[in-house]
Write a protein that binds this ligand. Structure first.
Ligand SMILES: [Zn+2]
Length: 421
């Protein structure tokens, strides 16, 4: 492990950390049943524990399932400042390689497309990112083109680490107790499975895992997974006349009748929900269609599920001998339902962003975050920008200046909670 140097500015601290963290391969693996899903994530998690200790955080610890908890002790005289937390995930997406990441710092970016050296086809196009044009003069970090960068979410990890170091080195900044958590396996939907909310002991938390500078996410989809299973009847195809009922054809009929111009990911935007078939397990005897159900209003999920049930029953009625069954599993819920009951959690975040001189952007994200699940586990958790773009791809990029702004927001947010207590 390289020993981190003492940092004099937020930007050098966050950039130096980020460039080190991305070189550790932390890809998670959804086919692995273990927790964490890959042992390589523990390498970075243990490195973070050691670094936290080296900046004076005595209680930094990693659980057997790979969750790091640590505490920045309160330094305020006020007795009633709520404990707040910051959370980021160390794993990177299985969608692109995270092995042997070679980060490149494009200092003083002059505008224009950015060609990455390891692959002639890997070019970050200005035309595809409205945010890139605004980065002229900034220091942009990319991969070398053969791997993802890992800004999702090592930018968030580096930002929380830099903010922690800053708070420890600046006792004149008053704040309450600040809890820190680093988690594995977010990208495969298991990031908070082993997150002990009670032990974390915070009133609320903030994931630092969002995108462009200034954006905060206070609303996510509500999500269910639905399985529609058609049971047919298999026989030897040579003796099938009048006897065989091929469930593959029935499921095909069902899929063909799904709406195309509405209620689909391809044809909806903003606050519209959808139903989305994404896996089919087929045999003549029995075919299951798995669908994602998404809506910003939880009650809207039930409407979509009833629509699918009715459609599947109509299809089954056209194929004598077929029966259809349904299974619905809750995935996650819109965090807004929880955050609305704790308005100060979002209000203080908005104040911190504004006080850092950043334009605030608030959007409903068409997905979920670890914060969606944490919120319903009793820890209200909106999401703060980390500065990354083009997540899960070889064209991922982040600027040092945006990372610095995220660190400022974290530090300021701790102050806002103290001031308003
Ligand atoms: Zn992420």
């Amino acid at each position: 492990m390289t020993t981190p140097t003492k940092h004099t500015t937020l930007r050098t601290s966050v950039l130096e950390r980020f460039l080190r963290y991305v070189t550790v391969d932390t890809q998670s693996d959804e086919d692995s049943p273990s927790a964490p899903s890959t042992a390589r994530q523990l390498v970075l998690l243990d490195q973070l524990v050691a670094e936290l200790k080296s900046i004076g955080i005595r209680d930094a610890e990693r659980s057997e399932h790979g969750v790091v908890f640590a505490t920045v002790p309160a330094n305020t005289n006020k007795p009633n400042v709520p404990v707040i937390g910051f959370v980021a995930h160390v794993d990177t997406s299985p969608e692109a390689s995270g092995t042997n990441v070679k980060p490149i710092v494009h200092r003083d970016y002059r505008g224009g497309d950015i060609a990455l050296p390891d692959d002639p086809k890997a070019v970050i196009l200005v035309a595809e990112s409205s945010d890139q044009a605004g980065q002229v003069g900034n220091d942009i970090v990319t991969s070398s083109g053969g791997t993802l960068l890992g800004a999702d979410d090592k930018a968030g990890v580096a930002e929380i680490m830099a903010a922690t170091e800053w708070l420890m080195a600046h006792p004149e900044i008053p704040h309450g107790t600040v809890r820190i958590a680093f988690t594995p396996d977010e990208e495969i939907g298991r990031g908070v499975t082993h997150f002990d909310v009670e032990r974390f002991g915070a009133k609320c938390a903030y994931t630092v895992d969002g995108e462009a500078r200034g954006q905060i996410d206070t609303e996510t989809f509500s999500a269910d997974a639905m399985t529609v299973t058609f049971q047919g009847r298999n026989t030897h195809p040579g003796f099938a006349t009048g006897r065989m009922v091929n469930s593959i054809k029935v499921a095909g009929d069902f899929i063909a009748r799904l709406p195309r111009d509405r209620m689909s990911p391809e044809t909806t935007a903003a606050r519209e929900g959808f139903v989305h078939p994404y896996v089919v397990e087929a045999s003549v005897d029995r075919t299951s269609v798995k669908l994602l159900i998404r809506d910003f209003v939880t009650a809207g999920l039930a409407g979509k599920e009833r629509f699918l049930e009715q459609l599947a029953r109509e299809v089954a009625a056209d194929w004598p001998g077929v029966t259809v069954t349904f299974k619905i599993d809750e995935s996650y819920r819109n965090m807004k339902e929880v955050l609305d009951r704790h308005p100060d959690v979002v209000e203080n975040l908005r104040a911190a962003v504004r006080e850092c001189g950043i334009e605030l952007k608030e959007a409903a994200i068409r997905g979920g975050t670890d914060g969606s699940r944490l919120s319903f586990m009793g820890l209200p958790t909106p999401n703060i920008f980390a500065g990354g773009h083009n997540f899960h791809s070889r064209l991922e990029w982040v600027s040092a200046q945006d990372m610095e702004k995220a660190v400022e927001v974290i530090v300021r947010l701790a102050q806002v909670w103290e001031t308003r207590a």
